[in-house]
Design a protein around this ligand. Sequence first.
Ligand code: GDP
Ligand code: K
Ligand code: MG
Length: 272
Amino acid sequence: MEMSSLALVGNPNSGKTTLFNALTGSNQHIGNWPGVTVERKSGQLKSDKSMIVQDLPGIYSLSPYSSEELVTRKYLLDDLPSEILDVVDSTNLERNLYLTLQLMETGIPLLLILNMMDILKKQHHRRINLKKLSYILDVPVVSISALKKQNLDQLTEKIRERDAEDHQYAYPEYDPRLESALSMIQDQLTGQFPDNELRWYAIKVFERDEAVSRTMSFTEQQQREIEATIKATEKIFDDNSDSIVVNARYDFIAKIIEMCVVDTDDFKMSMS
Ligand code: GDP
Ligand code: K
Ligand code: MG
């Protein structure tokens, strides 16, 4: 039996553990990560025992600064789960999407789970257009309440569909001037990594991420050309390369929110 691994990833308190318990029932066991205080849990999907769900430490970003970020990043990049279950607090969409974009950059197939829909429904003043969100991000989206166990059947169905697909991954596309630098770097990396991982490593090289750069094998010539490309892009944006990427993600999120979220309070105001 071929096993699939599903990684529950999201901001702290987005409902990962609540969902983990709902999906796995009592099958869970606790396993400690070596060297760090945070632990991950794994368990079998109740409805399909060939799927192992991993509950990972909550994080806001994939930058390797906190021990939680290190653990989750290492798991995603080294263990390469079959699918990321990105658990998002839908009442805090803007903030949560920042991690979503980074997760998509890893090239691991992602399913976007908008949790806490019970709260959003009660608040009445905000509506998220799931179809548009799914279209713009080019990933499947499902809304649930992990606490109230709402829509979990639809979620498990989407998980199975996603798992059966062959290499479905999509990347958010940023400012064309940034994209052209990234594609130049990506060309230098071709052959060093599987195709779906090239974008992640190109972004890391562009950001001058030390942990990743140490593992690259560039010739001196390549090194010079890459540095020249990064410097030229920094000049265009008048900013550091890592801030360029951060701002590109925020710009992308602003576009998503504008297109997919309706604040009915705003709507009422504009009508009166
Ligand atoms: P984690 O840090 O991502 O593992 O989040 P938890 O599973 O610990 O949940 C954080 C808090 O949110 C807990 O108090 C949960 O009961 C609550 N919670 C989780 N999912 C939902 C949901 O769908 N609706 C509501 N109303 N609360 C939720
Ligand atoms: K928690
Ligand atoms: Mg938790």
